[in-house]
Design a binder for this molecule. Structure first.
Ligand SMILES: [Zn+2]
Length: 147
C-alpha cells in the first residue's frame, strides 16, 4: 500500500490528495471543468422548459431542446443520500470517503464527496456548501462540507 492510500486511522472525511487521477472532460463537459478550475460550480438550464440539467448534457433530458445555457450555482444544497467507501478502487484514494447525491438549491442533483465531518455526522437533509480542491493538470474537484 502506498503512503497516499494509507488509512487515516479514523473516520474523518477529507479531500482526496491532488495525486488522484484528474478528470477527462468531453467537449460538452469542458465548460463545467473550466468553471471548477476557477472554483465556480455551474450547471445548465434548458431555455425551453427551464429544467436545471446536470451532468453536462447536449440536449435537455426532459424536453429534448438543444438550447442549454450555463448558469452559476450558489453551491448550497442538502444531502439526498450517500455511501461510505472504506476500500479504494484506485490506490491513490484515501479512505474513508463519502460519495453523496446532493440536492442543489437550483433544482438539480450531483454526485460529490462530503468532507469536513465524520462518517457518523452524515445524514439525509444535512445542509452543505461546495468547495473545491485541486488535482493534477490544473483541474479542481467539487466537494461538499456541512454548512
Ligand atoms: Zn427542456
Amino acid at each position: 500500500m502506498s503512503p497516499e492510500s494509507a488509512p487515516t486511522g479514523d473516520d474523518r472525511l477529507v479531500p482526496q490528495p491532488a495525486t488522484i487521477p484528474p478528470p477527462t472532460p468531453s467537449s460538452h463537459s469542458a465548460p463545467y471543468w473550466e468553471a471548477a478550475a476557477r472554483h465556480e460550480l455551474v450547471y445548465q438550464r434548458c431555455d425551453a422548459c427551464k429544467r436545471a440539467e446536470f451532468d453536462p448534457a447536449v440536449v435537455c433530458r426532459r424536453c429534448g431542446a438543444r438550447a442549454l445555457t450555463w448558469a452559476r450555482s450558489a453551491g448550497l444544497g442538502t444531502v439526498y443520500s450517500w455511501t461510505v467507501v472504506w476500500r479504494p478502487q484506485q490506490p491513490s484514494f484515501v479512505v474513508p470517503y463519502a460519495p453523496a447525491i446532493i440536492d442543489l438549491d437550483e433544482g438539480y442533483q450531483m454526485l460529490a464527496a462530503v468532507i469536513g465531518c465524520r462518517v457518523a455526522d452524515l445524514a439525509v437533509g444535512l445542509r452543505v456548501a461546495v468547495e473545491f480542491h485541486p488535482v493534477a493538470d490544473g483541474f479542481a474537484l467539487p466537494y461538499f462540507r456541512p454548512a
